[in-house]
Write a protein that binds this ligand. Sequence first.
Ligand code: B12
Length: 329
Amino acid sequence: MSIGSDQHARHDERLAMLVALVNGDVQLAYRLALELLAGGVPFDAIVVDVVTPVQEDLGRRWAAGELGIADEHSASATVDDLLVRLGATAESPRGPAVVVANAEHDHHALGGRVVASALALEGYRVMFLGASIPAVDLADFLEMQQPLALALSCSMTTALVGAARSIAAAHELAIPVVGGGRALTTHERAARLGFDAIARLPGDAVEILRTWEQAPPDQLVTAPGPIPEHAALIAQRHTLVSAAVNATMAADTMPAVLVEELDRVLQVIESALLVEEPALIADHVQWLRETGPAHGFARTASDAALAGLADAMSGELQRVGEALHVALN
Ligand code: B12
């Protein structure tokens, strides 16, 4: 998306905004954003051209070990602050309610925050629930609010199972769900999870919601139930992760972060089996191999742990273990 007719002036303002965000000068970033909006630049363009590059650069530098968690938290908080301020410039809502939330186990709340502010600027009464909402709690909230729709953000493949549960909770109440976020890359995946629509940008979601205001979807997509191994995975989680850590050469010095990562690997495997995309496991393994060394565990350690994890899966978890073995080879 381009940023408007007056490319050069826009480019300067955009650059100034990027610098302001990087410097934590949210006041300046806010003033510049208001000028862009007043000049006719769409909210989505500001997000795509300014907010997303700042955050993506942050992600690259975190993955390479150049920035720490505190740097990320500080930068994300500045962006969050900016988005809240922009959303608060909206008139009082005249439109219907929309609940915006992240799937369970997904802590990337900024994507949903962008959507919340964009919808507020379009007149919707937005209820933003933020990161990782358990489906049972979401269900209670939706039942009380009876919104036009649920807008569900999903950034991590770890959270696809949580997304399916959230969608099932909304559908129980006949509430349609529009999804978005970097983990929803294809319509096929979204449909398997039960999303009624997916949108790339908040503006696309607005169009979908406008249609649903006129006429809700005739039939809601069916959200899948849990995979057959779900209960065993929950019950055996600790045993499996312990076996994986013991399989590494340096179990006694293994950073706690590897334990967290192994938990996430289990979530990715379950998600991959749920949406029938085994390649998601190999993608995640690859990501772990690339980023692990900058975060305290070498590739040899993560490979040994993952092989140990796969070996520990037998009996009713045989299929899960085989899927992980395939991804490791
Ligand atoms: C900030 C950040 C965090 C913060 C989030 C803080 C917050 N308040 O949101 C915190 C610290 C929580 C975090 C944690 C982790 N993160 Co992180 N994180 C990021 C980072 C740097 C930026 C994300 C962001 O804010 N983007 C800006 C927003 C605006 O963009 P967006 O979310 O994509 O949303 C846009 C669209 O997708 C869309 N959209 C989003 N949602 C929706 C919903 C609807 C309905 C619609 C219509 C549209 C829509 O609209 C938005 C505007 O265009 C990314 C890097 C990256 N490249 O994205 C990594 C990244 C996503 N994180 C990553 C990882 C691995 C993690 C951790 C596992 C790290 C760890 N070891 O602890 C944990 C996992 C936590 C969890 N369980 O979720 C990886 C994911 C890799 C992978 N394999 O998928 C990334 C890519 C970093 C990297 N390069 O490795 N992270």
